[in-house]
Ligand binder design. Structure first.
Ligand SMILES: NC(=O)c1ccc[n+]([C@@H]2O[C@H](COP(=O)([O-])OP(=O)(O)OC[C@H]3O[C@@H](n4cnc5c(N)ncnc54)[C@H](O)[C@@H]3O)[C@@H](O)[C@H]2O)c1
Ligand SMILES: CC(=O)N[C@@H]1[C@@H](OP(=O)(O)OP(=O)(O)OC[C@H]2O[C@@H](n3ccc(=O)[nH]c3=O)[C@H](O)[C@@H]2O)O[C@H](CO)[C@@H](O)[C@@H]1O
Length: 456
């Protein structure tokens, strides 16, 4: 208790810059630990919602934490920079997206660092949570120098929490603190100890930059491996899911799930930051690059297979496809970089009527929105189950078929959820399962994976 009081004296007032997926949970956790927190964001409508205790994010416990932080007056969302006046530290959680060539766009970060530099008190602390490419610390120091704030301490605490379990993982995961001075490392640890209970490990700024990118590149490469194995299984006429289960009984094998592709705001860019870092130094990281290609090409591959099967089956007239699931993965409402987008756009470009239903998001990526699963499926020639939301877990093939009203319904399952059910009356195409029409096999030769974007 005594120690806690000392911490609170050191960090009486903290600014969290960026109130999105990462900044908001951090801000309310910190506010609920007793610190006065200004949650600064350039998005005025977002701030107005937050002031009313409303969050767009569907994360367990977040709504309650937000309400509590607002009601105690410890959390103050603001779109006005001046409200950051008098902060002892700033935590930065703004986007660090990629340009179309995969290089990092650090313009939001630069703006946020310069903002922090204007308001953090003398000898105060800036902690960056945003994912950084290697070599960012030199750039940040340079911005601080230009702002005449070389007195400030700077640390990098890469965020590693899993969307869908953000609060649990922000508070419980091991936290890496990258800093090039002992003073900054200790100050950051003191700040984070106010709201996290996981271990804290210290390293250099550069090592922390690499560790964060390696984690996501590792996951991307592993998923790409499963996706590649699934495609080989489809052609060999073998069930990938059974292969996965059996191979995973080996004590040192752990295949991840295959699927439509890899989406979300992190795995689609972080491996490329690592790739470009290697490349700039004269090494071409082929595996990281090809993993991105394999994962990016999934939506096109499966859209083409479904489309060709429809041609072979002879679906005439205007075709209607029902897409179930648009988020980038199951159980979340986030649609950023969702593989569903490429899948939907493929069919829109081919002139299909695309009807979209997702219980967790209103996004349609240009398709028409259905208010219910029944409405989406009714009258469709094809139903594509793209995301394994819990709400879809009880779907039954027989019901999908009767809802569609079609004799030759094509059912595409990217999730593997329906694979054990009786496929009577439908043409079932499943990721990792034998392709029902041998003629489709030639597509591998016609459409090789090429290019960063996965487009061919
Ligand atoms: N979302 C995740 O699961 C996750 C996990 C780990 C790391 N990260 C990293 O964390 C960072 C933030 O990601 P996110 O998902 O929270 O992004 P987000 O888009 O959800 O939120 C970022 C917020 O920053 C605001 N913003 C942009 N520029 C600003 C500025 N100059 N000043 C103040 N506010 C500004 C935006 O309006 C937005 O509300 C990124 O670097 C990301 O790679 C994200
Ligand atoms: C190393 C790691 O764990 N990093 C996590 C990751 O969070 P995420 O939400 O992006 O991660 P995933 O859940 O892996 O989903 C990504 C995509 O991969 C698809 N997928 C997943 C598992 C599988 O077996 N087969 C698949 O195909 C899934 O559908 C989705 O499209 O990055 C965050 C930001 O840096 C981290 O903070 C967070 O720790």
């Amino acid at each position: 208790m005594h120690v806690n009081v000392v911490w609170q004296l050191r960090f009486r007032r903290v600014g969290v810059i960026g109130q999105g997926y990462i900044g908001l949970p951090i801000a309310v956790l910190l506010a609920n630990s007793g610190v006065e927190v200004v949650g600064y964001d350039v998005d005025r409508s977002l701030v107005e919602e937050l002031r009313k205790g409303i969050t767009r994010l569907n994360e367990r416990d977040l709504k309650d934490l937000l309400k509590k932080a607002i009601s105690t007056g410890k959390y103050r969302p603001s779109y006005k920079k001046e409200d950051l006046m008098g902060i002892d530290a700033a935590i930065i959680a703004v986007p660090t997206p990629k340009f179309s060539d995969g290089n990092p766009d650090l313009s939001f970060l630069e703006d946020a660092i310069r903002t922090a530099a204007r308001y953090v008190g003398k000898n105060g602390l800036i902690v960056v949570e945003s994912t950084l490419p290697p070599g960012s610390s030199g750039m940040i120091m340079n911005w601080l120098k230009q702002e005449e704030r070389s007195d400030l301490m700077i640390a990098y605490c890469p965020e590693r929490a899993l969307p869908g379990r953000l609060i649990e993982e922000i508070t419980g995961n091991t936290r890496i603190i990258g800093a090039d001075s002992l003073e900054a490392a200790r100050a950051a640890e003191d700040l984070y100890r106010l709201f996290i209970r996981g271990d804290i490990v210290h390293t250099s700024f550069r090592t922390a930059e690499v560790v964060k990118l390696v984690e996501n590149a590792y996951r991307d490469v592993n998923i790409a491996f499963s996706n590649e194995v699934a495609r080989i299984c489809e052609l060999l006429g073998v069930d990938f899911w059974e292969v996965m289960e059996l191979a995973n009984r080996h004590p040192r094998v752990n295949l991840l799930r295959a699927g439509l592709g890899v989406g979300g705001p992190c795995l689609t860019k972080d491996p490329l930051f690592l790739y470009h870092a290697g490349r700039k130094l004269g090494y071409e990281p082929l595996m990281i690059f090809e993993a991105r290609n394999v994962n990016d090409s999934g939506p096109y591959r499966y859209a083409r297979i479904v489309h060709e099967v429809m041609d072979l089956v002879g679906c005439n007239g205007r075709r209607r496809i029902a897409v179930l699931g648009v988020t980038y993965k199951e159980g979340v409402s986030d649609t950023r970089e969702s593989p569903s987008e490429k899948f939907i756009k493929f069919f829109l470009e081919k002139g299909y009527d695309v009807v979209v239903y997702d219980p967790r998001s209103d996004e349609t990526f240009g398709g028409a929105r259905a208010g219910s699963i029944e409405e989406a499926i009714s009258g469709s020639d094809c139903v594509a189950l793209l995301v394994g939301h819990p709400e879809f877990r009880d779907l039954e093939i027989s019901r999908i078929r009767s809802l569609s009203g079609k004799d030759n319904l094509i059912l595409f399952d990217a999730t593997g959820i329906l694979r054990h059910q009786d496929k009577k009356g439908v043409i079932y195409i499943g990721v990792g399962l034998p392709i029902p029409y041998p003629a489709i096999k030639r597509m591998e030769k016609i459409y090789p994976h090429k290019g960063l974007s996965g487009e061919v």
